[in-house]
Design a protein around this ligand. Structure first.
Ligand code: SER
Length: 340
């Protein structure tokens, strides 16, 4: 009999770290993890199996299907917004073709199991594209269906994959006579910038927040690549993990949509800096806006409206801005760099 597990792609990434640690500590599910790079030492003990490989490698995915009964897929692997702009076609292959491979794997699994397989997908504020700063300021909390004109390859990829998820859930092979009724149960979160005390992001454009914090805690100079007045929504990693698991657990009949905004607080870069300076008075930060990265952030909303998630599955972040820093980020980061 095949073993029942959950599959986590992008295991080494920031969300992967948080999710594997959380699920591993709970110990209720077998975890099969996939990543292109070797699995971080700290995660090994939590994983039933780790496969080092590419989500574009259909042979690897095929082997997974025959060996395991996959109940839920957390498809976290992707190339983030800044990195994607340096090689947009490669990003497209990984972000879109890679996701398509996982969706196909999920459909195959669902057919074998004769029940839908849950597919949890992190999307992003990068799907939004506000035309100018004036509109950004006036827009306030942006809803799921507003301003969907992304300006980055990553944003285009995420928005399209949201549609693919909806298609595979509801309309896959809709004209085929042998169409399988059990496909996938696609559930998607649109995340704001995420901040973790344990990991540092790579290749994103909301990275100035976490980078400023981690540099300051280590006493390293940091050039912040956006203007002080730049405002974006953020959330800490424990809340990101909570939102993924809460959405996974929500009864299907409660969900009125497949794509949900989730967020917590939305400081300007200057406010981020002020909090950091209070905690680390020797923080050495200069604001040196990078024209293109600033341009990307200027198209992302100041804040997003997560009232649908609050209404449908009782979403509520545990950490507001104050608690995020005082109860999570600052103590954990002080501890992390003090021991090194
Ligand atoms: N953090 C991501 C990025 O900056 C946004 O989802 O690319």
């Amino acid at each position: 009999m095949r073993k029942e597990v959950v599959l986590i792609t992008g295991a080494n990434g920031e969300i992967g770290h948080g999710l594997i640690t959380h699920l591993g500590e709970q110990g209720n599910v077998g975890i099969v993890a996939l990543d292109v790079s070797p699995l971080d030492e700290s995660l090994k003990k939590y994983c039933e199996r780790f496969i080092q490989g590419d989500i574009l490698d259909t042979m690897i995915l095929g082997r997974l299907v025959s060996e395991f009964e996959i109940r839920t897929i957390y498809h976290l692997a992707s190339i983030l917004s800044t990195k994607a702009e340096y090689n947009p076609e490669t990003a497209h292959r990984i972000n879109v073709e890679g996701t398509l491979n996982l969706l196909r794997l999920a459909v195959e699994q669902a057919a074998w199991q004769s029940r839908p397989v849950k597919f949890l997908y992190p999307s992003s504020i990068a799907v939004y594209g506000l035309p100018d700063l004036k509109t950004k300021e006036a827009a306030g909390k942006v809803k799921e269906n507003e301003y969907l004109q992304p300006t980055t390859m990553y944003g285009c990829n995420k928005l399209y994959c949201e549609h693919l998820g909806r298609y595979y859930s509801s309309n896959y092979r809709q004209l085929a006579a042998d169409r399988c009724q059990n496909t996938i149960d696609f559930r998607c979160l649109r995340f704001p910038g995420l901040v973790s005390a344990v990991t540092i992001p790579t290749g994103g454009t909301s990275d100035y927040g976490p980078e400023m914090l981690h540099h300051a805690a280590q006493g390293i100079h940091y050039d912040c690549f956006v203007r002080p007045d730049t405002r974006l929504p953020f959330m800490v990693m424990p809340d990101a993990i909570k939102s993924i698991l809460d959405l996974e657990a929500a009864p299907a009949e409660k969900l009125t949509q497949r794509i949900y905004n989730v967020t917590s607080f939305c400081p300007t870069a200057q406010e981020f800096y002020d909090i950091i300076l209070k905690a680390f008075p020797n923080a050495d930060v200069d604001f040196k806006p990078h024209a293109s990265r600033q341009g990307i952030v200027d198209t992302w909303p100041c804040d997003i409206d997560d009232s649908a998630a609050r209404r449908d599955w009782n979403w509520k972040p545990s950490y507001n801005q104050e608690r995020s820093f005082d109860d999570y980020l600052l103590p954990a980061i002080r501890q992390r760099y003090a021991v090194k």
